[in-house]
Design a protein around this ligand. Structure first.
Ligand code: NAD
Length: 542
């Protein structure tokens, strides 16, 4: 009988491997890169632990070398989507009844498997399938994912420990039940860690999952499923069904036992899902929890007192790492007139220095964008800027998709603060700069707040403390993650809980207990030790 009250291992942030030339970690990663490049694997659906294949086959290629085939994968059809829902519902009673310490143990084991045994496998799949350079893959597929898994166990424990008061004669308790039904995890291409967490966060709270990964991140998703299995996750708890988003969505969102949606992706898709849930509301057994982290139009605001080198370094890293394909990527920047000459010169020199290339060459700061559609969409913004009377290209503006989907880091300068690339999410290595007059600081802060529908991340740079205080206050609602003298990307689990409001999402803060709260439905239990024996109150005495 397990009657102990165990203490969870302390969560710590996974150290980042450096991959310096000549290091053993670099050698091991190169070996794994070559191994995965030398094979073409066949990725099945995984439903109730069973590998299932369908005739509709698609390809996984390297975005930086699109002729190179890495894998083929199947698309789920109606039959398999129904099977995945059934599997999740069947696995549910056993999973939610499992003591929470055992659930924690499975995900903590998965974290250590990723940290030690499979770090090169998962980093490689992310590098080759999603075109991340070694460092970007490391901070995502190993570090952030491991942090999510370790910290989620702590967050779960914090929630379970939260109990109501009890007075004499009564014992009140709160029981944190899993949601009734299954959770639909719908994940984006750009972070292996997010894909893992969108499944693992509801699962650790006792829910079972139907997971539709992005078609552009199936390779890393498949390896992740294998790792979860090796960690001891029971069959049916997470069911992996790559497929066409609208087809899977249509069936899943029509199911009466849909208990929640854990989504990260574009605002457009999220709004479509929400509308469908609204239209189907009478179909469901309960109100589905809808959690979505979506698009951004993230900014850097430079105050006249800021240090130029720091601003430029933050802008280049914030805008161009992972080719600008982070929801938090800096894509609009405000520079005071008094500092413009200096900034223009330095940021152009820095951007001109960057040449995107293959993930196999470790010197590359940037590689390719995810696919042809992303490439063509980005090029549209570049071509329109070239033709526009209110914008000009300061650096880049060139692209080549012959071998891979390469877009040179592009700086657009505009004199229109509402120019399309100042307001719309592009999700590519394109940063638009707007020069403001120093004396219009207050009005420009107002502009920053109102320019876009999004409110995900933003950064201010200044050395003047009064200015920092003022900007922090004025920009209170236009970023869920606000940075002072730092780039707006790179949130760390447990340190900077992540999420934005307005059109950027429900702000349920991945990487904190707030997210896990959405995956539980509390039951309050009151036990009366000495219940009254009749209905008369003392005041009724004549
Ligand atoms: P996406 O919206 O195109 O796809 C997300 C998922 O939804 C994929 O699995 C896709 O197949 C699925 N999907 C697409 N259409 C669907 C439909 N009609 N019904 C059901 N499912 C459907 O997003 P993406 O291109 O994979 O990712 C990039 C987007 O994600 C950007 O907008 C970015 O800002 C956002 N993002 C946000 C965060 C955040 O934390 N706020 C983090 C990462 C990415």
């Amino acid at each position: 009988m397990n009657n102990s009250i165990p203490t969870l291992p302390e969560a710590y942030t996974e150290p980042i491997k450096s991959y310096l030339p000549g290091s053993s970690e670099r050698q091991l990663l190169e070996n794994e890169l070559n191994r995965q490049l030398d094979q073409v694997i066949d990725i099945p659906l995984i439903i109730n632990g069973q590998k299932i294949r369908t005739p509709e086959q698609h390809k996984v290629v390297c975005p930086h070398d699109h002729a190179h085939l890495l894998a083929t994968f199947c698309h789920a059809q109606k039959k398999e989507i129904d099977l995945a829902i059934d599997a999740a519902l069947t696995a549910k009673p056993g999973w939610e009844a499992m003591p929470w310490q055992e659930r924690a143990s499975i995900f903590l084991k998965a974290a250590d498997l990723i940290s030690q045994k499979y770090t090169y496998v998962l980093n490689t799949a992310t590098m080759l399938g999603q075109s991340k350079n070694a460092f970007q893959a490391e901070i995502d597929a190993t570090c952030e994912l491991v942090d999510f898994l370790r910290f989620n166990a702590i967050f779960m424990e914090q929630i379970y420990k939260h109990q109501p008061k009890s007075e004499k004669g009564v014992w009140n308790r709160t029981e944190y039940r899993a949601l009734e039904g299954f959770v639909f995890a719908l994940t984006p291409f750009n972070f292996t860690a997010i894909a893992g967490n969108l499944c693992a966060a509801p699962a650790i709270m006792g829910n079972t999952i139907v997971w539709k990964p992005s078609s552009n991140a199936v390779l890393s998703g498949y390896y992740l499923m294998k790792i979860f299995k090796e960690a001891g996750l029971p069959d049916g708890v997470i069911n992996f069904i790559p497929g066409k988003g609208s087809r899977v969505g249509e069936i899943v969102l029509n199911h009466k036992d849909l208990a929640g949606i854990h989504f990260t992706g574009s605002t457009r898709v999220f709004q479509t899902l929400w509308k469908k849930v609204g239209a189907n509301i009478e179909t469901y057994a309960s109100y589905p929890r809808i959690v979505g982290e979506t698009g951004g139009k993230d900014f850097i605001f430079m105050h006249p007192s800021a240090d130029t080198d720091q601003v430029v370094a933050a802008a280049i890293r914030g805008a161009f790492e992972y080719q600008g394909q982070k929801c938090s990527a800096c894509s609009r920047m405000y520079v005071p007139r008094s500092r413009w000459d200096e900034v223009e010169h330095k940021i152009k020199a820095a951007a001109d220095e960057i040449k995107p290339g293959s993930v196999m060459e470790f010197k590359n700061f940037m590689t390719a964008v995810i696919d042809e559609a992303a490439f063509d969409k980005s090029l549209g913004f570049i071509e329109r800027a070239k033709a526009s009377g209110s914008a000009r290209i300061l650096s880049g503006g060139t692209a080549d998709k012959t071998k891979g989907f390469f877009i040179d880091p592009t700086l657009i300068v505009t004199d229109d603060p509402c120019y399309e690339s100042m307001t719309q999410e592009i999700f590519a290595p394109i940063l638009t700069l707007y020069v403001y007059e120093d004396e219009t600081l207050d009005a420009t802060l107002e502009l920053v707040d109102k320019t876009s529908v999004y409110a995900l991340t933003g950064a201010v740079f200044a050395t003047d403390r009064q200015a920092i205080h003022k900007m922090t206050k004025k920009l209170a609602h236009c970023a869920g993650n606000f940075y002072i003298n730092d780039k707006p990307t790179g949130a760390v689990v447990g340190h900077q809980p992540f999420g934005g409001a307005r059109a950027s999402g429900t702000n349920d803060k991945a990487g904190s207990f707030l997210n896990l709260l959405r995956w539980t439905s509390a039951r309050t239990i009151k036990e009366n030790f000495v219940p009254p024996g009749n209905f008369h109150y003392p005041f009724m005495t004549e």
